[in-house]
Design a protein around this ligand. Structure first.
Ligand code: PLP
Length: 366
């Protein structure tokens, strides 16, 4: 490259581009795709109908204020719609938060096997990403607090985390918040909160309601089954909502997405069946894999992290190859610092049984 060619800002070329879960395998067979934590139940039929109805007005700009959707979310969760900001996936909101609060010389902090977007968003804002070690694949509040400095502008915590599937109880999240300086923003990424069935868990609403420096992000991509539409939202202190509304695109969410999201959130029965499906199959998959001698990190989300033996021919790369030869795609997680594990999304009954059967033969037990 010539010296006088356009140069991106410092940090940009340090980003390893995000590699999405694979979706096809050679040979043109329709794969069993369990690589992106999508719901096997699909979206609510009401969301699909609302999406289609928008096709008749595509010449119109969407409502830039996302009023109908924010009102629906506010009603559903008992929140003040003025403090909700919608985005093109929660990824956009994570990026906007980083752009607004992190600059050169600043740091963000997250956990060792935390969601990759936190590092990408920090680097693209010119900041320095700092990762704190986890304990047993779980966020370690003491390790996080030990790495907080004057430069720490955002602490990102996915709770539950992807790709580990683990969570920390509300008391621990509060302890983390309590240890942070008032100028540090705590971003609680609750992409999988609807799946969690634990009495000591809280997605973050309480902390956002009672503190000036906590934001909770949510998505329609996971349990709501609308990943293709790119729709997320953040619940914020008023001052943070005001900042996000200045930096976001004026029409950052499409009209079909707004309509589908508002319909999806009203269909509680659909969400409940997705939760029930997960309550049945998450424990089944976990225990069947353990019976095969595989180590499975205890998950509260709609996916499991499977650890493989380290000997050649039995490791995660070999398992991935074996599964693909049977038309099954899980997620390699080497980019998350987990070179010898695969992440599996809980699928349909048929999908789950196919994975267990394929891994049984891989482990020499079928
Ligand atoms: C899937 C996921 C998201 C959602 O991203 P969208 O941009 O809303 O699709 C956010 N955080 C985590 C931890 C995720 O796994």
């Amino acid at each position: 490259m010539a010296n006088d060619a356009p140069k991106p800002q410092p940090g940009i070329l340090d980003i390893s581009p995000y590699v999405p879960g694979e979706s096809s395998i050679p040979g043109g067979v329709e794969p069993i795709k369990l690589s992106s934590n999508e719901t096997p139940l699909g979206p609510s039929p009401r969301a699909i109908a609302a999406y289609k109805a928008e096709a008749d007005h595509l010449e119109r700009y969407p409502d830039g204020a996302a009023t109908t959707l924010r009102t629906a979310i506010g009603r559903h969760y008992g929140l003040n719609p003025d403090r909700i900001v919608c985005g093109c996936g929660s990824d956009e909101l994570i990026n906007l938060l980083a752009h607004a609060y992190i600059g050169p010389g600043d740091e963000s902090l997250y956990t060792e096997h935390g969601f990759l977007m936190y590092k990408i968003a920090t680097l693209s804002s010119g900041g320095t990403p700092v990762a704190a070690p986890e304990k047993g694949y779980r966020a370690d509040v003491d390790a996080l607090l030990a790495r907080v400095s004057d430069k720490t502008k955002i602490v990102f915590l996915a709770n539950p985390n992807n790709p580990t599937g683990t969570y920390i109880p509300h008391e621990e999240v509060r302890r983390l918040h309590k240890g942070l300086p008032k100028h540090t923003l705590l971003v609680l990424d609750a992409a999988y909160c609807e799946y969690v069935r634990r009495n000591d868990y809280e997605a973050g609403l309480e902390l956002v309601a009672t503190t000036e420096n906590t934001v909770m992000t949510r998505t329609f991509s996971k349990i709501f089954g609308l990943a293709g539409l790119r729709l997320g939202w953040a619940y914020c202190p008023q001052a943070v909502a005001d900042v996000l509304n200045r930096v976001r695109g004026p029409f950052n969410v499409t009209a079909p997405s707004l309509a589908a999201g508002a319909a999806a959130i009203e269909d509680r029965a659909h969400i409940e069946s997705a939760v029930r499906h997960n309550e049945t199959w998450l424990p089944w998959v976990s225990s069947e894999l353990e019976k095969l001698g595989l180590e499975v990190t205890p998950s509260v989300a709609n996916f499991v992290l499977i650890h493989f033996p380290s000997e050649r021919g039995k490791d995660a790369a070999s398992a991935d190859e074996h599964l693909k030869s049977r038309g099954i795609i899980l997620r390699r997680v080497a980019a998350y610092g987990l070179p010898n594990a695969l992440r599996m999304t809980i699928g349909t009954e048929e999908d789950n049984r196919a994975v267990v059967a394929a891994l049984a033969s891989f482990m020499g037990q079928a």
